[in-house]
Design a protein. Structure first.
Length: 391
């Protein structure tokens, strides 16, 4: 059988109990031979569940059906699964997530994962269950060290932005953390000292925060804080804030003149940082002037690599990809690898190699699936340009 056909059979078998008529007809009855055929660890390294029915080939079943999965399969998952992914679901060809409330049922309750490393939560709809029920349905996932979250902006359920702090409190062992899709402030106040939405940390312990200071010291990789967070706060607050962090991704709209302060504060906050990614949604007109690029001389000298991803904006007039990279490279401290990606705003003249992480603009935090992709120092030291989106 092909992998796609296998996946389709698994999805149908795991969802058969959702339909009393199908169960009565025993159309998806399991045989011992079928179960033996799926006793391969490679089939269960990543368990993909959805909150809504879907036609995705990679999805095994909806979360609420998992409680009724055959015990043989549940045992295989406990032994072999390294990554659990939970998404909204819906039609594969749909551009939008269906606006349909979901129920997790009892979900993964009762599972005891022996080798689970990573959890991806990408749920943007709202739940019909209460907070306690959804928490119980996902509790077997709480011990992972690697968490990637995209939460719902609707409601106040377990997987909502309104309860993001509570969610993260349930994952005490996290070392690799990818935050919700919008940039998260470093602290829970803005430049004028007024309270904003929940930041990663709080200077005042009475203020809301996603993590406490002890949890922050555990982190070794972090995506994605607001870049301006590192510009607008006193540098004395940042000294040794993330003592073990080796990789950091910052996102924001930026003026190029903000970079020296950002670089300086990042160096103070992250004394052992190796990889810094600046994911810039839009650049100000200050990026047009070539003389302004001397700011890259302030990049932390200990970095192995700087990733610069620019989604939109104005860069120096008539620059090709290799010329733009050379302009930054000229000012960057020696020994710091440079990897640039832009979204259709530079002509790719083919003079630079594409990063081995293509088509992604940068190496993701392990990517969406397990196993994690790793890149050695030679790959990080190489100068690359990777087109991002349409050429």
């Amino acid at each position: 059988m092909t992998a796609t056909h296998n996946s389709d059979i698994i999805a149908r078998v795991l969802e058969y109990a959702n339909s009393p008529k199908e169960t009565a007809a025993r159309r998806w009855c399991l045989s011992k031979a079928w179960l033996r055929a799926h006793d391969a660890p490679a089939l269960w390294l990543t368990l993909t569940l959805t909150t809504l029915p879907t036609d995705w080939d990679c999805a095994h079943c909806i979360v609420s059906a998992w409680a009724r999965a055959p015990q043989r399969i549940r045992t295989l998952v406990e032994r072999h699964t390294r990554c659990v992914r939970i998404f909204d679901g819906g039609p594969l060809d749909s551009a939008d997530v269906p606006d349909t409330p979901y129920t997790l049922g009892s979900g993964l309750a009762g599972q005891h994962f022996a080798r689970l490393e990573k959890v991806v939560l990408g749920v943007e709809n709202s739940s019909t269950q209460d907070y306690a029920a959804d928490r119980a349905a996902l509790e077997p996932l709480f011990g992972v060290a690697w968490l990637d979250v995209l939460l719902s902006w609707f409601g106040d359920g377990f997987l909502s932005m309104a309860r993001a702090r509570d969610l993260l409190q349930n994952f005490p062992n996290v070392r690799l953390l990818a935050l919700p899709d919008r940039p998260t402030p470093l602290f829970s106040y803005d430049r004028l000292g007024g309270i904003t939405r929940c930041g990663l940390l709080a200077l005042d312990v009475t203020k809301p925060a996603l993590l406490d200071q002890r949890r922050a010291t555990q982190l070794v990789e972090l995506i994605a804080l607001s870049a301006s967070s590192f510009f607008c706060h006193p540098v004395t607050v940042l000294d040794g804030l993330f003592p073990h962090l080796t990789r950091l991704e910052l996102r924001d709209n930026l003026s190029i003149q903000e970079l020296p302060a950002i670089f300086a504060n990042v160096a103070r906050a992250c004394p052992v940082l190796e990889i810094l990614t600046l994911n810039i949604d839009g650049v100000h007109d200050t990026w047009r002037l070539r003389d302004n690029y001397s700011v890259f001389a302030h990049a932390p000298q200990r970095l192995k690599a700087l990733f610069l991803c620019i989604y939109r904006g104005s860069l120096p007039l008539n620059s090709t990809a290799s010329q733009f990279v050379a302009l930054i490279r000229h000012h960057l401290p020696a020994g710091v690898g440079l990897h640039v990606s832009t979204y259709g705003i530079l002509e790719d003249d083919g003079m630079l190699p594409v990063g081995p992480w293509a088509p992604d603009p940068t190496p993701l935090l392990g990517g969406a699936c397990w196993p994690r992709k790793r890149y050695d120092d030679a790959a990080l030291a190489r100068t690359t340009y990777t087109p991002w989106g349409p050429r």
